[in-house]
Design a protein around this ligand. Structure first.
Ligand code: MG
Length: 459
């Protein structure tokens, strides 16, 4: 991204630098840091300070950069144009930072930064490396070790969520924590595994939902702390886990009353679903083309959004190789989706007259969405991926195998619970057998479940 500086900046005299300034280590303190450094007028809105970057002198960001600014010194100035001018970011203190078990505040880390770190260090997070996104299971000529796993997908979602939250002036640490945790409840074998697990559970009067399972993981299964079970995450992160992609009816889930099911989640949580969509749409086109399951002609014919940018790239780089034109195109597609989303969030916030976080919570629908025309493009692309990739003839076999493994392992463990590890067996009286078996299977990686299935088949 190129940054343009206004002419007003060039005429401004050098500011006096305050000598009493002590830099803070926290990346979120960038705004405060610059305000302090240049003695700028800062507008206090709750726990957040909104500084107009257009007020900074031309050399402001180069002269004494904050350590955290090194990666993006000059472009910071452009955030002045994308930051929401209403204080709707989740504050770094207050009710939403409440934990189930009270803990003393950290000396220099804010609550949501700690939540992000707790997720990052969780066993369930590391297991995402061994779980299918779309491609890790592809057989033969289509296999490869550089296709997205659920872990690298998660990191791509996190990057997009950070970009969106930073540009909108929202709580970046909260958005990051929510992106890191958003897929932690996924069972092995991608959506085929989830479907099979749900199917097996339905026969026992229960069901499987990866968002609700994620909540079980962070509130119960992860064991890293002597004082409590789970990760003891803040209320905002737990709420975001169950609400990032859908709304649950309060009447159907009385056990989730704590999470204000009749209210919309903060924008930081609403961003995750779209960051997820944008990440996998572009990544799956990339992996689909790279694996040879999709052809360039097919994608050009079926995805107008891709074709438009690909034409632009071909004009600009007539001699570039095919792979490079694909990378350049997907980069432009991703940027177009993110930019459209930013614009539309602005339009919606202004159009609905949203001025506070309470307003966000009271809106009947979600505020974070693509514009109508871009949403139509996204829907065409997604439909194309369903037809030609997720549900393509080659993938059918992979899905059938996943369903067979999950369903037969479920049946085996239900018939003989002594096959469960001891710590899981101990939970049967409180959780019931079917849920305990599900929890065990959902935690497995693709290779673990495969090996266990083969072993039990032989036995
Ligand atoms: Mg995801």
């Amino acid at each position: 991204m190129k940054c343009k500086r206004g002419r007003r900046d060039q005429a401004r005299p050098a500011p006096e630098i305050r000598q009493d300034y002590q830099p803070l280590p926290d990346e979120l303190s960038i705004l405060n840091h610059l305000a302090n450094l240049y003695g700028l007028r800062a507008l206090h809105t709750g726990d957040h300070r909104h500084v107009h970057f257009s007020m900074l002198p031309k050399h402001a960001l180069q002269e004494r950069p904050h350590p955290a600014l090194r990666y993006n010194q000059t472009c910071m100035a452009s955030y002045a144009n994308t930051t929401l001018k209403v204080p709707i970011a989740v504050p770094q203190a207050g009710e939403l930072t409440r934990r189930a078990y009270a803990e003393p505040p950290h000396a220099y880390r804010a609550p949501f930064a700690r939540d992000g770190a707790r997720v990052l260090h969780a066993k369930a997070f590391r297991r995402l490396a061994g779980k299918t996104q779309v491609f890790t299971q592809l057989p033969g000529e289509h296999s490869g070790d550089h296709f997205r796993s659920r872990l690298t997908h998660t990191l791509e979602v996190t990057q997009i969520a950070r970009t969106l939250a930073t540009a909108l002036g929202l709580n970046v640490e909260l958005a990051e924590a929510l992106a890191l945790v958003h897929d932690i409840g996924h069972p092995p074998f991608g959506h085929a595994g989830e479907k099979a697990l749900d199917h097996a559970l339905k026969a026992n009067g229960l069901g499987f939902d990866h968002n609700l399972h994620a909540l079980r993981i962070v509130t119960w299964f992860e064991e890293r702390y002597a004082a409590f079970r789970g990760l003891n995450l803040t209320l905002a992160v737990r709420e975001g886990i169950i609400k990032h992609s859908r709304d649950y009816a309060p009447a159907e889930h009385p056990e989730l009353a704590e999470y204000l099911l009749d209210q919309r989640p903060p924008i930081e949580a609403q961003l995750i679903d779209l960051a997820d969509e944008i990440a996998y749409l572009t990544a799956d086109l990339d992996d689909g083309l790279d694996s040879g399951v999709l052809t360039l002609e097919q994608v050009r014919a079926g995805v107008p959004l891709f074709r438009g940018f690909h034409d632009t790239v071909l004009l600009k780089y007539p001699n570039a190789g095919v792979r490079l034109t694909i990378s350049e195109t997907l980069r432009l597609v991703l940027n177009a989706l993110v930019t459209d989303l930013l614009r539309d969030v602005h339009a919606r916030v202004a159009g609905l007259g949203i001025a506070t976080l309470d307003d966000v919570r009271r809106t009947p629908g979600r505020i974070v969405a693509l514009s109508e025309s871009m949403e139509a493009q996204r829907a065409i692309a997604k439909n194309f991926l369903y037809l030609n990739l997720y549900n393509s003839a080659g993938m059918e076999e992979v899905h059938r195998h996943a369903e067979t493994v999950v369903e037969s392992l479920f049946a085996l463990l239900m018939a003989d619970p002594t096959l469960l590890p001891e710590d899981h067996r101990a939970l049967i009286p409180s959780e019931g057998l079917a849920r305990t078996v599900t929890d065990y299977i959902a935690g497995m990686t693709d290779s673990f479940i495969e090996q266990m299935w083969v072993r039990l088949q032989r036995a």
